[in-house]
Design a protein around this ligand. Structure first.
Ligand code: PEP
Ligand code: MG
Length: 830
């Protein structure tokens, strides 16, 4: 073959390969070539050929030249860790390119700050067949300048291997966090070259000789992917074993949480686990326990000042990283990040750490101890919502400890369709999971209103929390069906169940797309009956998103989110501004503002509710408003100031008798008079206590509307704390007792001609919606992301069939039986 010329792919200084700051390159384990210290910011094709691979971290490209020489270009050293940050690709694997075509561009500033070195090896990886005859070195080169000339050899010159005997195979999971990139590929190829047998690595439907670095790179193996090593020849067993051992050793790289190969999974515990729905949806995948790699910190103090400076530098580094991420994150994620930033800046936390530094401990020990004190205090508070903040504190602890140890940001690689299982998943860990690979989340602990639950919903990831220790014993790699809507994880399901789940997933996806397309349309049943589908809101930012999802209004504004997590209550003006902003974002659609619902598990530091033996049965909801009437007065006045008048309706939580409603109405009238408002403002109640349900007719006589809070109604009717992890699996609002209370409420509302809604979690349960409608509910208010699907479901229903279903549901003897009935009903829908 003629000589082949490679031109300079990136402008820069060309140096000998021996100067590479990494032995994999300097010792030519991947092939011979040169180093370029780039001044340009684009990498171009050095010859015409076909792209064999571009690494998913976008930093390395392999190219087969016409004629067969294989070239690897690797921008910078250790740049795989940047996971694509600062890189952009302009070509893809399999594409034919001409000399000079742009392949990758990169941000030199980012690389200069974050990469170990910018030098870019340009290598011929099959140099046995294509030796380098001539090369430039020790000078600058422009793109297109001659870089190397290669000589082609007859293919017969390539070393032959022995390939007789039976095939030996080993299947394993790629444990390297960054998958197969240049360094591990070089080690594998070097190891394979020490044997005589034919050695092949299979992954997905691709394969490569274990001796070919380029072929191995082209497999595109990521951490957690399943791979098979196959050998045939006289030393095949030893070779396959040696390669498997080398790969399993992790080769000094970060190691992933990885699923075991499917065939090695054995289950001894129960096959169906239950938990609380933290984020809805369904997924089929393989269980992968989330490993936490331990951070090693210096435990010796170098003196107060040095340790204090180290701590504040680490905190600053974490703060900068969070702020950078927050800039592009969706609103729900930004809220979590803001909470983390607040912890980092908390003066009490910092003072607690400094006190310990002064006692002569290291920055890391002081930080751990300070956080530990706060964690204990939160846990000891016995308050579920505060306890849910523990994970946020632990998260911040961990991030600062990593920064103090100078460790990279933890990278969590996963196999495809991973159902990630952990005791608790920290918010920052969730944000670093590869979204394309994670199918769902299962946590032993955690609450349905924790930040991780909010994040999972925002990311569209089905998630269960409060599953108990049992979930941690699920074997790594077990194929499972996560049905977060039903609150179940089905481990190693039978083939038929798996097939059903697959079909159900496909149908869901189809329906989801169709539902989204029709989300804006008014919601009517198939027979024309009108059902309103509203959104539950907690912040201004959600209102626009709710409208986009087709919300016809807001059926529950949880105003307490304005009141908690702060040191003083918002005054009338602040409240008026917030309610106005939400009303405006809803564009005239009805806005039902619930008066303050603190107490129980939602505390506000400025409201010193006396210690209670049993807070769920203590001062909460309307009882707090009547206990501190000035708060209620400010809130009612703020609501009355929203324009246009009448868009806002007022709803009172936790009513136990009509007297409470009368007291609120009296104050409303007083505020209206003071503000000169004479228009009628609707005043409704939440039915959350069995007492209210039982006397719904009496309450409806004086309330303008009724809306059932199924979360509380269920906890009070079943006498089961809605935050109790042990009881989580049994708190099901489809219990016939709750349905009978709803039926009684509906009857009470109907006799007085009032409309009845549901704004508790049951409104977003697609199995429940037909039963609720059949019982007489005409408004459903749920998390806004569910609205398109609720509307789509309602359009398939008729009032008559829902009423028949509801009658049957009332006769069932358990929540499971009601769910089974509802499932059968759904199967009959058109
Ligand atoms: C409920 O109890 O169902 C409800 C909607 O109120 P919250 O969940 O805010 O207590
Ligand atoms: Mg409630």
């Amino acid at each position: 073959m003629d000589k082949l010329t490679l031109v300079t792919p990136v402008e820069g200084w060309v140096a000998p390969l021996d100067e590479a700051p990494d032995p994999v390159f300097a010792e030519r384990m991947l092939g011979d070539g040169v180093l370029i210290d780039p001044v340009g910011s684009s990498l171009y094709a050095p010859c015409a050929g076909e792209i064999l691979s571009i690494h998913e971290a976008k930093h390395a490209v392999t190219l087969r030249c016409e004629g067969g020489a294989e070239i690897l270009m690797h921008v910078g050293i250790d740049t795989v860790r940047l996971r694509g940050e600062g890189f952009e690709t302009h070509a893809r694997a399999g594409q034919r390119v001409a000399v000079g075509d742009r392949l990758i561009s990169f941000d030199l500033d980012v690389l200069a700050r974050k990469a170990k070195s910018l030098v870019t090896p340009v290598l011929v990886t099959n140099g046995d067949a294509f030796p380098i005859m001539e090369r430039i070195e020790g000078k600058s080169a422009l793109v297109g300048d001659m870089l190397m000339r290669l000589r082609g050899m007859a293919t017969g010159a390539i070393a032959k291997t022995s390939a007789n005997g039976p095939e030996v195979t080993r299947t394993l999971i790629m444990p390297l966090a960054h998958g197969l990139h240049a360094r591990p590929v070089a080690r594998i190829a070097e190891c394979a070259r020490g044997f005589k047998s034919d050695l092949t690595i299979f992954a997905f439907s691709r394969k490569s000789s274990a001796r070919s670095p380029v072929g191995l790179l082209a497999l595109g193996l990521a951490g957690g992917d399943e791979m098979t090593i196959a050998g045939r020849g006289e030393d095949a067993s030893a070779a396959v074993e040696a390669l498997a051992e080398l790969i399993a050793s992790g080769m000094g790289e970060g190691v992933v949480s990885a699923a075991m190969p499917a065939q090695s999974v054995v289950v001894s515990g129960p096959r169906l686990l239950r938990g609380l729905t933290a984020a809805p949806g369904m997924a089929i995948g393989r269980v992968v326990p989330l490993l936490r790699d331990e951070v090693r910190n210096d435990e010796e103090s170098r003196g107060f000042e040095a340790e204090r400076d180290a701590l504040s530098a680490a905190a600053a580094q974490v703060r900068a990283r969070i702020e950078e991420r927050a800039r592009t994150a969706p609103e729900a994620l930004r809220d979590v990040m803001r909470a983390h930033l607040a912890f980092l800046d908390d003066p009490e936390l910092i003072a607690a750490a400094h006190r310990r530094l002064a006692n002569g401990v290291s920055a890391s020990a002081a930080w751990r101890a300070a956080i530990g004190g706060f964690v204990e205090a939160l846990r000891a508070s016995g308050n579920r919502r505060l306890a849910e903040r523990v994970d946020d504190l632990l998260d911040i602890e961990r991030q600062v400890l990593r920064a103090l140890a100078g460790a990279d940001e933890e990278f969590i690689a996963l196999p495809k369709d991973a159902i990630v299982v952990a005791d608790a998943i920290l918010p920052s860990q969730l944000l670093r999971l590869d979204r394309a690979r994670v199918a769902g989340l299962c946590m032993a602990r955690g609450g349905a209103t924790s930040h991780v639950a909010i994040l999972a919903s925002a990311m569209g990831l089905p998630a269960l929390v409060a599953m108990g220790e049992g979930v941690l014993a699920v074997p790594n790699g077990a194929t499972s069906i996560l049905d977060a809507d039903a609150g179940t994880l089905d481990i190693l399901p039978a083939a038929a169940a798996l097939e059903r789940a697959r079909m159900s997933l496909a149908r869901r996806e189809e329906r989801r797309m169709a539902a989204r397309a029709a989300a804006d349309e008014e919601c009517r049943m198939a027979d024309g009956a009108r059902i309103e589908v509203f959104a539950n809101l907690g912040a201004v930012a959600d209102a626009a998103a709710a409208v986009e999802n087709g919300a016809e209004g807001c059926g529950l504004l949880r105003t307490e989110f304005l009141f908690i997590d702060r040191d003083s209550p918002p005054d009338e003006d602040e409240q008026a501004r917030t309610y106005q902003a939400i009303a405006s974002a809803l564009g005239g659609r009805p806005l039902i503002v619930r008066t303050l619902d603190v107490g129980g598990d939602k505390t506000a530091p400025y409201l010193p509710i006396p210690a209670e033996e049993n807070p769920a049965l203590g001062l909460r909801g309307v009882r707090v408003s009547l206990w501190r009437p000035q708060l209620l007065r400010a809130q009612l006045r703020a609501i009355l100031r929203v324009k246009p008048l009448g868009q806002c309706k007022i709803m009172v939580p936790m009513i136990a008798d009509v007297g409470e409603l009368r007291a609120v109405r009296a104050m409303l009238e007083e505020c209206k008079a003071a503000l000169g408002v004479d228009a009628g403002i609707e005043l409704g109640v939440m039915i959350e206590t069995p007492a209210a349900a039982a006397t719904a007719d009496l309450i409806a006589a004086e309330a303008d509307f009724l809306s059932i809070g199924t979360n509380d109604l269920t906890q009070y009717a079943l006498a089961m704390d809605r935050g109790n992890v042990e009881l989580a699996a049994r708190i099901d609002a489809l219990h016939p007792a709750i349905l009978r209370l709803i039926a009684q409420t509906a009857e009470g509302a109907q006799t007085r001609g009032r409309w009845l809604g549901v704004c508790g979690g049951l409104a977003g349960d697609l199995l429940a919606a037909p039963i609720l409608i059949g019982l007489g509910v005409t408004e459903l208010s749920a998390i806004h992301t569910l609205i398109p699907e609720i509307k789509a479901l309602v359009r398939r229903l008729t009032l008559q069939s829902c009423e028949a279903l509801a009658r049957e549901a009332l006769k069932q003897n358990s929540a499971e039986a009601v769910r089974a009935l509802a499932r059968r009903f759904q199967e009959t829908l058109p």
